[in-house]
Design a protein around this ligand. Structure first.
Ligand SMILES: *Cc1c(COP(=O)(O)O)cnc(C)c1O
Length: 416
């Protein structure tokens, strides 16, 4: 039920079609997909939703793809929300929920976007799809492409972690490891898409992918509205880690749409979290200015973005929600990586738990009140970056196969 695509810079309207960015504004003119919400409201009621499959396809009227297109059969979305009181105590808030998006088919939030990406490629008649990515966008694209039998071409920067490269190759993608930065990989991908007529999945500029990402916001609203065990009200804050800015912008749009349809009454405030070594959007938020390119140096590879493409929309949504942006150090991210699995039983990659680090810092600095209820989206699974996990986890105890040797260690390590 799309009506039009609207440039977020100049407001120019385009009919739904194979566009990437605004013809007048160029690459900064990101297009936003607009729907006929009155028509959607008639179709998407709680009664109807209760009958539907528990994947992102339950929100089909709010997705920019026709139902006749082949869609991935793997189960994307409707990830669980957990109430985690011990982690809430550790970060210092009244109530904390985690939404575990590492449970998506390829282990990250990005599956939501790639689901839509491969369907758009099929709708527009492409035989191949491509992207440049630090890892998750790529592995998710490779997985979704495999499920609809589309060829995938992936450009990765040199520092992408090995497990993510392994995923790409296992799903049958053609992988170009670019000797250069993410920016160079991004530009090379765009040029290759033009030359070889591949569909460009680069989510920073593609108008449709963020529509997949917004399903997490739709889910959060629906899950809190319909599951009484979650407390009967939406959380006060939603925390999301930020690289390009599409994830936080998408989630905020989804939450907003649920309200627009009259299904919830309040909206959470958004807290966006970046790594200090790659925090251009935090700086732009603090100084109320445009984003200036920054370094991209952080252990959290999935948010190591020095030149974000979608910052305008991210900041617009954060501001509209009366939210905030905060940067955290790699040490804080690693500490979040260490405490989240043991206190909340969810194992996230560095960017996946950066939100927990940011939440903790926001509470400590008084930015976010201690009596708040908060939902943090864990955006990627911890097995995505085992090298970092092993680095924070410490080493196992080496023992002879002897009970006495085990006992000696048990006594040494048990708290007295
Ligand atoms: C991509 C990604 C993010 C950030 O999303 P953006 O749209 O780039 O802001 C956060 N966490 C993980 C695990 C990701 O893969």
């Amino acid at each position: 039920m799309i009506i039009e695509l609207v440039c977020i810079v100049c407001g120019r309207s385009y009919p739904p079609g194979d566009h990437q960015t605004c013809r007048i504004c160029g690459p900064t003119g990101i297009l936003d997909v607009r729907y006929d919400y009155d028509a959607v409201a008639l179709a998407l009621t709680f009664e109807e939703l209760a009958r539907r499959e528990r994947t992102i396809w339950r929100y089909r009227e709010l997705l920019p793809v026709p139902a006749r297109i082949l869609r991935p059969f793997v189960h994307v979305g409707w990830t669980p929300v957990y109430d985690v009181p011990r982690l809430a105590d550790a970060v210092g808030v009244r109530r904390l929920f985690l939404k575990d998006d590492g449970r998506n088919p390829t282990g990250s939030f990005k599956d939501r976007a790639s689901f839509v990406g491969v369907m758009k490629a099929l709708e527009f008649g492409y035989r191949a799809i491509a992207c440049a990515s630090t890892g998750n966008a790529a592995s998710s694209l490779a997985g979704m492409a495999a499920s609809v039998n589309l060829s995938a071409y992936i450009f990765v920067p040199e520092r992408a972690p090995e497990p993510k490269i392994a995923q790409l190759l296992m799903f049958g993608a053609t992988v170009f490891r670019v000797r250069g930065t993410y920016e160079q990989a991004f530009d090379l991908c765009r040029a290759a898409c033009e030359r070889f007529r591949w569909y460009n999945r680069n989510s920073g500029t593609n108008p449709f992918l963020v529509e997949g990402k917004k399903t997490a916001g739709l889910e959060i609203a629906e899950q809190f509205a319909t599951d009484p065990s979650l407390g009967g009200a939406l959380p006060d804050w939603v925390v999301v880690s930020v690289g390009d800015g599409c994830t936080i912008g998408g989630i905020a749009k989804g939450l907003h749409e649920f309200k627009r349809l009259g299904l919830v009454r309040t909206l959470p405030r958004m807290l966006g979290v970046q790594a200090e070594g790659a925090s251009p959007i935090v700086k732009a938020f603090a100084t109320n200015s445009d984003v200036a390119p920054s370094g991209a140096d952080t252990v959290a590879d999935s948010i190591a973005v020095g030149t974000p493409r979608n910052w305008r929309r991210a900041l617009a949504w954060v501001r509209a929600s009366r939210g905030a942006m905060i940067a955290v150090s790699d040490e804080e991210i690693l500490e979040a990586m260490r405490i989240t699995p043991r206190l909340a039983a969810v194992f996230g990659e560095p960017a996946g738990v950066a939100g927990i680090a940011g939440l903790r810092a926001a509470v400590t600095s008084g930015l976010l009140p201690r009596d708040a209820s908060v939902l943090a989206v864990i955006t990627g699974n911890g097995l995505k970056d085992i090298r970092t996990a092993v680095q924070v986890a410490g080493t196992p105890h080496d023992v002879r196969p002897s009970l006495d040797a085990v006992e000696a260690i048990v006594q040494e390590s048990s708290p007295c």
